[in-house]
Each structure stands twice: as structure tokens, then as C-alpha cells.
Design a protein around this ligand. Structure first.
Ligand code: CAA
Length: 389
């Protein structure tokens, strides 16, 4: 692990990075393949990660969190994802998609009620934005929240909800005024036990199989008005602000996956012999190693840069969408590139379930899709650069 001279890590950063690395090696590594195979949700290890403070790293201590900075979050997530991206995405959703919006747009009462169980890891959070007909074009959702006195009545169907089958609390986006389109979207905090919240079938997935994903269907689900997050009509802005934070997490997840696949390939290239020498001595393999390493370190720079931009935005209030999207785009495409090359270097062994390399490859693919596809990241980056809508 490199300590980059341009981003020297503090003692606190090194402490959380090492704690996450130790935990991942001791507690997650022995079970990762088994949980990938069974698709079972890793409740026990997630609880332990909560007890260690990994589920609310940036959440202030008064709401049950570890009160550290974004770089600390990125470093810990990277270490967890080096061992298992499924644990990583559960951690990422709790930290960013769920907690970030409540921290920034929630009332004091909402923070006290909805943050501590998630930040301490005793409960699981989820974020429901996508719908069957509304993914990248998130502003076109059909789900409706209708005001009825002191309540909102939620109706509609949300899809691809990470942790949906098991989540205790949800941040949900719905139309309150469809005529206003994006400006008619509002955000809500919903307890998973609320009548009318129905969990759909668990999705059978290519990768991150130990993280559970499902539809969430709302059928006349009544929630108190005080559970609205932010103002009516502010939902789209909240969703996008939260995704900027989330994308840094997915970039860190991508980096962790890529590093694991790279390290396996590097060791194999030094050990495996063909035609009388280690395969790494052939330029065809050596150059692959060079490209993998260079892209990984470039990803790291973009991710740490985005983490620092997010940290600065706490003081300036400015956006860091550009930095977050560049980090996610480059790191997720790097994860795909590196895991692909790692299988190639391993040959038949890379294709076998006996090694984790094929799991890294399957897990990497989703990083180019969720929390905004690579195409959406390119849209955000090009719009920012060209200053056009
Ligand atoms: N922060 C704050 N405000 C933002 C913003 C941001 N990052 N991005 C846009 N906005 C604001 C704009 O300023 C604008 O406000 P005004 O009208 O007041 O100026 C408003 O939102 C609309 O912006 P756009 O015109 O740019 O909106 P658009 O319809 O063109 O969409 C988009 C922009 C970038 C394509 C956006 O729709 C997007 O990010 N789509 C991808 C959605 C996504 O990532 N989905 C993944 C869901 S989560 C998931 O994967 C599941 C999971 O559980 C992990």
C-alpha cells in the first residue's frame, strides 16, 4: 500500500485503514467465497463492522458515528473491498447513500432518529431512487407521494434497491407534484416495518452476490409528514447531492477490487513458469502488469482528490460532482480492465472458482453501472467542462 507523498495520511487515517485491513483479512476473507456462492446476506460480519465504526465513518459521534473525514471513509472501504466487494457495497450504502442525505438535509429530530442505528451497524439503510422505467433518467419517476393531512401516502415501485430485502430504513424519492417534473420530487425517510412497504423478490445477480438487491413496492404506505427529508420539491437535488458522495464510495470499491486482482496477477506472474521462465518475464505479461499498476495508481489519485474536494466542500458549500464522476468513471473502468487482465494472466486458473480472481471480475462489472453508469459519468463530466445543460 502506497502512502502517496502528495496526500500524506494522518495517524488517524492509517489507524482506520489498518483496522479495516485487519478485519477484512481475519473476518471476511475466510467467508467471502462461501457467501458469494450462497448469496446469503452477511449479517454477522456487517454487525461487527458497525461495532468497529465502519458504518458511519463521517457521521458525528453524537449520532453514533466515528466522526472522521472522507479520506478515512475511502481508505477503509478500499480495504474491505480488496477482500469482498459485497461487504463493501453494504458499507458504502450505509455511509453515503443513506447517511449523507440525512446529515445534510435532515432536521435535528431526523438525525437523532435515523442515523444512530445505521451508523452503529445495528441496522441497515437503503436508498430508493430507480424505478423499472426510470434509471439513468432519474427525474422521470412515476411513484407518487400524496399528502393526506399529517401524512403522506406512498405508492409505486422502486427497483435495484441495494440491501432492499434486509434494510431497516429507507431513503425514498417520489413525485409529490408531477406537473413540476424534477422540481416536483420529494425525499422521505421510511421505516422498513411500515405497513404497505412490500419487499420484492431478491435479484439473482452476476456479482456482489452476498449483497441483497430487490424491488420495493409501496402500496398505500402512510408515513408522517415529519419524515419528509428536506422541502417538498427538493428531492431531485437531494438525490443528486447524495449520489456525488456515493460515487466516491463506488470509486473506492472499484479501487479495492482492482488492487486485489492486480496483486493476485503480480504474484502469479512471478511464480508460474512457461518456456523456461516466469511468465512475468515475457513482455506480453510484463506490459500488462505495467498498465494495471499505472491505472490503479491513477485511480487512487482521482479518488483521493475527490475525497479532498468533498472535504473542502464542507467549508465552501460548493459541488464536487466533476471530481466524483471522474473518480468513479476511471476507477470502475480500471477495475474492469484489471480484473479482465488478471484472469488472462492466470489462464485457466483465472477461470476457475478455486481462485477468487473470477469473483473479482464478476464483482467489478456493477461498478460501471450502479450509482450512475459510465455513460452518465461522462455526461456529468462533459457538461461541467463545456458548461452546457
Ligand atoms: N448536486 C446538486 N444539484 C444537482 C446535481 C448535483 N450533483 N446534479 C443536478 N443538480 C440539479 C441541477 O442544478 C438542476 O437544478 P436547477 O434546475 O435548479 O438548475 C437540476 O438538478 C436538474 O439537473 P439536470 O438538468 O442536470 O438534470 P438531468 O435530468 O439532465 O439529469 C443526470 C442529470 C446527471 C443525468 C442525473 O439524472 C443522473 O445522475 N442520473 C443517474 C442516476 C443514478 O446515478 N442512478 C443510480 C441510482 S442508485 C443505485 O445505483 C442503486 C443502489 O442502491 C446502489
Amino acid at each position: 500500500m502506497t502512502d502517496l507523498p502528495i496526500y500524506p495520511l494522518t495517524g488517524e487515517h492509517k489507524m482506520i485503514r489498518d483496522a479495516a485491513r485487519d478485519f477484512a483479512q481475519k473476518e471476511i476473507a475466510p467467508i467471502a467465497a462461501e457467501f458469494d456462492e450462497s448469496g446469503e446476506f452477511p449479517h454477522a460480519t456487517i454487525k461487527k463492522m458497525g461495532a468497529l465504526g465502519f458504518m458511519g465513518i463521517e457521521v458525528p459521534e453524537q449520532y453514533g458515528g466515528a466522526e472522521m473525514d472522507t479520506l478515512a471513509y475511502v481508505l477503509a472501504l478500499e480495504e474491505i473491498c480488496k477482500v469482498d466487494a459485497s461487504h463493501g457495497v453494504i458499507m458504502s450504502v450505509n455511509n453515503s447513500l443513506y447517511s449523507h442525505g440525512i446529515l445534510h438535509f435532515g432536521t435535528e429530530e431526523q438525525k437523532k432518529a435515523f442515523l444512530p442505528p445505521i451508523a452503529s451497524g445495528t441496522a441497515i439503510g437503503a436508498y430508493s431512487l430507480t424505478e423499472p422505467q426510470s434509471g439513468s433518467d432519474a427525474g422521470t419517476m412515476k411513484s407518487r407521494a400524496t399528502r393526506d393531512g399529517d401524512f403522506y401516502v406512498l405508492n409505486g415501485r422502486k427497483s435495484w434497491v441495494t440491501s432492499g430485502p434486509v434494510a431497516d430504513y429507507f431513503v425514498v424519492f417520489m413525485m409529490t407534484d408531477p406537473d413540476k417534473k424534477q422540481k416536483g420530487i420529494s425525499a422521505f425517510l421510511v421505516d422498513g416495518k411500515t405497513k404497505g412497504l412490500v419487499r420484492g423478490r431478491k435479484e439473482p445477480k452476476l456479482g456482489i452476490r452476498a449483497s441483497a438487491t430487490s424491488e420495493i413496492i409501496f402500496e398505500d404506505c402512510r408515513i408522517p409528514v415529519e419524515n419528509r427529508l428536506g422541502r417538498e420539491g427538493e428531492g431531485f437535488k437531494i438525490a443528486m447531492t447524495v449520489l456525488d458522495a456515493g460515487r466516491i464510495g463506488i470509486a473506492a470499491q472499484s479501487l479495492g477490487i482492482a488492487e486485489a486482482a492486480y496483486e493476485a496477477a503480480r504474484l502469479y506472474a512471478g511464480q508460474r513458469e512457461a518456456f523456461g521462465q516466469p511468465i512475468g518475464a515475457f513482455q506480453g505479461t510484463g506490459f500488462k502488469i505495467a498498465d494495471m499498476k499505472t491505472r490503479i495508481e491513477a485511480s487512487r489519485l482521482l479518488i483521493y482528490n475527490a475525497a479532498i474536494a468533498k472535504e473542502n466542500s464542507k467549508k465552501t458549500g460548493g459541488r464536487y460532482s466533476l471530481e466524483a464522476s471522474m473518480a468513479k468513471l476511471f476507477a470502475s473502468e480500471t477495475a474492469m480492465f484489471v480484473t479482465h487482465q488478471s484472469i488472462q494472466i492466470h489462464g485457466g486458473m483465472g477461470y476457475s472458482r478455486e481462485l477468487p480472481v473470477e469473483r473479482y471480475f464478476r464483482d467489478a462489472k456493477i461498478t460501471e453501472i450502479y450509482e450512475g453508469t459510465s455513460e452518465i459519468q461522462r455526461l456529468v463530466i462533459s457538461r461541467a467542462e463545456l458548461d452546457i445543460k
